[in-house]
Write a protein that binds this ligand. Sequence first.
Ligand SMILES: [Zn+2]
Length: 294
Amino acid sequence: MVHVAAPKFSEGRVRKAHRGDLAAIQSILNAPGNLDKLADHAESALLAAMTSDDQAVMVLDLPDAGVAAFLWITGQSSSAPGPKIEEFGDVQPGSGHGAELLDRVVQDHMARHPTRPLWLAVAADNTRAIAFYERRGFRQTELRPAAWHRRSSPVADALVMQMEAAAAPQLTPNEAKVLSLLRMSNTPMTAYQLLDRMQQGGGVAAPPTVYRALKGLEDTGLVRRIETLRAWVPLTSPAPGVVAICDDCGSVRNLATPDLFDSLHLRLAAEGFAEARRTIEVRGRCGDCAASKA
Ligand SMILES: [Zn+2]
């Protein structure tokens, strides 16, 4: 048995997978809802990944329910193309278990390899998965036509998404803290919620600290203020967009709409109107909430 230097994951519900987790992982991979997944991965491939220096298989292990999510990462020690999230899934989509595991793995990766971007590929028509990864700080970097092979249909376009590391601007410790709190949250946070969380963490933050950090992050395009909520969200795309706010779950998406902004700009310019700031926010119900109410 090869000894692997265990990554420094914090204690708790996330741990490295072992042979006894194989059945649980296979059942997540083979669940009928996981139409994006590749054909079955051989047990031998998963077992090899568990003991490889270059790969890791992590699970979220709940005291009452057992393995609730797993994540398989490859290319950890080799150079290009760098660490990749090969497969990732949870038993109960929407439960937050997958998000908990992914956030933990991403945090650990960023702490150990701040200059190596973590990347993954997702079917380009899987808008829910793309929104999920965007909320967690991944950016769309490349579209690969007809590159995705999946069970439900022969091929699909693959969208490559990347967690920017090296390209990240130099942040002050408070900016980094605020950004990480926003990225961990599924919903926008107000300055006072942020302050509260920072003080819980043992910090001695005061309101001006939080506002200064938010201003700095806004200037670098990493966060956006949602005017109608007086709250902030992390931005995953630098392109200006329309903000779609779900009144049911509170989730917020920034939707890039270049055509809309182009025509708006032309219309305003025709009026001789000098634009200072644009805010287009739409309230309604997100796809997930609409589906669950259907
Ligand atoms: Zn919703």
